[in-house]
Design a protein around this ligand. Structure first.
Ligand code: GAR
Length: 182
């Protein structure tokens, strides 16, 4: 069965790549950043890409794209802007999800990996949650824990976090879409 989603990105797009490689049908990719490397991944896979610097315009265009492509879920994959309350409430309940590189509610917002390293926690992880109008506050869908090694740097920890993300995010998206249909 095909799963139709739209994806918002701002950067590398490694999670977008994992989603595509898991057979999920990405109908469009939107970015606020015209230099996002993830846009190249989308283009390579013949997925339509759109970039809008202005967030209000981006939201208005994404609303049109959702209708046009009839997508069931809007997936944030390294999208670094805060969506407006108005936009979130204009879509069906629980139809936007986000991926965050910490065990929420710890280390919300930007630089979650650096925050965890600076704090000296022994465990961190990833969280997949519904998007509400707060910053990383929506209902948690799934989490995975990961221990921090003494010699971890931002790069080594981020690399291990991304490996977990690439497994869990596509599986969770499929699970949510299956649930929507049943
Ligand atoms: C991911 O690690 C994701 O958890 C994080 O950005 C990275 C994007 O990587 N998201 C956030 O920090 C959201 N607050 P990618 O562009 O390679 O998929």
């Amino acid at each position: 069965m095909k799963y139709n989603i739209g994806v918002l990105i701002s950067g590398d797009g490694s999670n977008l790549n994992a989603i595509i490689n898991n057979g999920i049908n990405v109908k469009f990719v939107v970015s606020n950043n015209q230099n996002a490397r993830g846009l190249l991944i989308a283009k390579k896979n013949n997925i339509p890409v759109y970039t809008f610097k202005n967030l209000l315009i981006l939201e208005a265009e994404v609303s049109k794209l959702i209708l046009h492509y009839n997508t069931e879920l809007l997936v944030l994959a390294g999208f670094m802007k805060i969506l407006s309350r108005k936009f979130i409430h204009s879509l069906p309940h629980n139809s936007i999800i986000n991926l965050h590189p910490s065990l929420l509610p710890a280390f919300q917002g930007k630089n979650a990996i650096i925050q965890a390293l600076d704090y000296g926690v022994k465990y961190t992880g990833i969280t997949i949650h519904y998007v509400d109008e707060g910053i990383d506050t929506g209902m948690i869908i799934d989490q995975k824990i990961l221990s921090i090694n003494k010699d971890d740097t931002f790069n080594t920890l981020q690399a291990r976090i991304k490996i977990i993300e690439h497994n869990l995010y596509p599986l969770t998206i499929k699970r949510l879409l299956d649930k929507k249909r049943n």
